[in-house]
Design a protein around this ligand. Structure first.
Ligand SMILES: Cc1cc2nc3c(=O)[nH]c(=O)nc-3n(C[C@H](O)[C@H](O)[C@H](O)COP(=O)(O)OP(=O)(O)OC[C@H]3O[C@@H](n4cnc5c(N)ncnc54)[C@H](O)[C@@H]3O)c2cc1C
Length: 491
């Protein structure tokens, strides 16, 4: 095998001067780059084949053992922060599991049975793509992943450094990186590893560009066509909006639906940070076949003395699981960007170590999680000022314990639309006041119950006032239902 061959040129390398050793190794690295360049047509073909599967919703799987496995996993993991590649569409199959990322796991590369089990467990199917990486081109674990994925109809790509090996022969697309013998015989983390790293990097970047996750040279999966509001001005007539890009716009009225860190709210009422009461939420969505068994019910809320966790399937076929927690956070941990901040799964598992074994099973299976500061505000004194009004989280952000943040935002939008229907320019301010009079008692109550985190905990709550509310048809001449109100009893 070329990569294992002892090159006579380096047979006395340890006797060379440090400068000469480095020079030889640098030369090897250039050879690795040259090997990738020679494989350019194969990389291009592979990328073109991968794109349509991923565009149709397929998942991208990486498989490997040892150095090749670690490089493969690293390439995959970087796709999430770099290109916003969704976590649930990424499968990282490394011989020996997570431990193999930081240490050598004895015998793992020979575990063909485990490889087959993993591919089956991930339910790899014809929509998916598997990239298998092995310097030798014969590693049993990697080869078994490739064979099983191919048998299940997935598109298979092989990257190897030895020609005419089973991995390259059996893959749909073979990328041979001809790096030859290593300066230290058999140390494929050197030339072979560098070439694999470059090849993976190029392949996945080209695919992501093809999928439209780069725009004008920027790493984005959304085209930047939005405007960021920085200022508002109103003098009795139309409102002028000023944007960060220097442009302006005028409108008869402005609805501030700009979330918990609302700029419209700051302009109206003055800057004020939302309240963080020292609790955070971990949350994750992942493929439920990572669990050793199904959860007992389709959705369960587990209560502890000072923390809880809600677990439920997000899909009818139970293929995907979601959980969200609420736990005290001793440090004053807060992040402005709530959707992308990462959590530490080890910390999360520790926080629920004493919980029921079903909770521990879910957390043990969870590959990754996000961490979110739970923020709220007290009810605002007023929801509108002239022709500017607030709705949703900009107006009444709440803790998530009643799962009503989005629900109340949507209700707001429906009711506001009804209040504004057929209203003339002069009637806008009165419409905003009517909207507030109807909505505020209800959202304030929901904020209060959510903050106390008592909803449904005793099992005696009558939820009809909450879930029986019909924003499209309810009378707007009286306040929206709250617990014990007449509407609640009727619902
Ligand atoms: C992890 C998590 C779980 C949740 N679970 C639930 C649940 O189960 N049920 C539920 O009902 N709710 C839930 N919520 C709450 C829900 O997501 C929010 O209440 C809801 O998204 C609020 O909607 P919104 O339109 O008011 O604000 P947002 O969804 O925050 O939208 C505000 C928009 O304004 C834009 N914006 C902000 N500033 C500016 C600016 N200066 N210029 C231009 N645009 C700007 C933002 O980019 C954003 O698009 C959850 C929230 C989180 C974080």
């Amino acid at each position: 095998m070329e990569t294992e061959r002892h090159s006579p040129r380096y047979s006395a390398i340890e006797a060379w001067s440090p400068g000469d050793i480095l020079e030889a190794m640098i030369e090897g690295q250039f050879a690795a780059v040259a090997a990738v360049r020679a494989a350019r047509p194969a990389l291009e073909e592979a990328a073109l084949a991968i794109e349509p599967r991923l565009r149709d919703g397929g998942r991208l799987a990486y498989a490997g053992a040892g150095t090749s496995g670690r490089l493969a996993v690293q390439d995959g993991a970087e796709l999430m922060p770099t290109f916003s590649w969704p976590q649930e569409r990424l499968l990282l199959l490394i011989a020996g599991g997570r431990d193999a990322l930081v240490q050598s796991v004895e015998g793992a590369e020979d575990e063909s049975e485990e490889a087959i089990r993993l591919v089956r467990c991930c339910a790899i199917d014809p929509r998916d793509v598997l990239i298998a990486v092995a310097a030798s081109g014969t590693t049993p674990f990697t080869l078994a992943c490739l064979r099983e994925a191919k048998q299940r109809g997935a598109l298979t790509i092989a990257i190897a450094n030895n020609r005419d090996t089973p991995l390259l022969a059996e893959a749909d697309h073979a990328i041979w990186l001809d790096t030859g013998p290593e300066p230290i015989a058999g140390s494929t983390r050197m030339k072979a590893g560098t070439a694999q790293r470059i090849a993976l990097n190029l392949l996945s970047s080209l695919v992501m560009i093809g999928l439209g996750r780069v725009y004008r040279g920027l790493m984005v999966d959304l085209k930047a066509v939005n405007k960021k509001l920085v200022r508002l001005e109103q003098n009795g007539g139309p409102v002028t909006l000023f944007f960060a890009d220097g442009t302006t716009a005028t409108a008869d009225a402005v609805v501030g639906a700009d979330g918990v860190h609302s700029v419209v709210r700051d302009i109206m009422i003055g800057p004020d940070r939302p309240i963080h009461r020292g609790r955070i939420a971990y949350r994750a969505v992942f493929a439920s076949n990572l669990l050793p068994q199904e959860i007992s019910r389709s959705r369960v809320k587990w209560w502890g003395e000072d923390r809880h966790i809600v677990i439920y399937y997000t899909t009818k076929d139970r293929s995907q699981l979601y959980f969200v927690t609420s736990v005290p956070e001793p440090a004053d941990w807060m992040t402005k960007e709530s959707w992308s901040a990462k959590g530490d799964v080890q910390e999360l598992r520790k926080a629920y170590a004493g919980f029921h074994q079903e909770v521990r099973m879910v957390l043990d299976a969870c590959p990754d999680c996000h961490k979110w500061a739970i923020l709220e505000r007290d009810p605002l004194p007023t929801w509108s000022q002239g022709r500017v009004v607030l709705i949703g989280d900009a107006c009444h952000p709440m803790t998530p314990y009643m799962a009503q943040g989005a629900a109340t935002s949507i209700e707001d939008a429906a009711v506001l639309a009804r209040c504004l229907k057929d209203v003339s320019f002069d009637g806008i301010e009165a419409a905003f006041r009517r909207f507030e009079a109807h909505r505020k008692p209800r959202t304030s109550k929901i904020q209060e119950i959510s903050s106390a985190n008592t909803w449904m905990s005793g099992g005696n709550d009558d939820p009809s006032w909450l879930y029986g509310y019909d924003a499209w048809n309810i009378s707007l001449d009286e306040p929206a239902p709250t617990p014990g109100s007449s509407k609640s009893a009727e619902a």
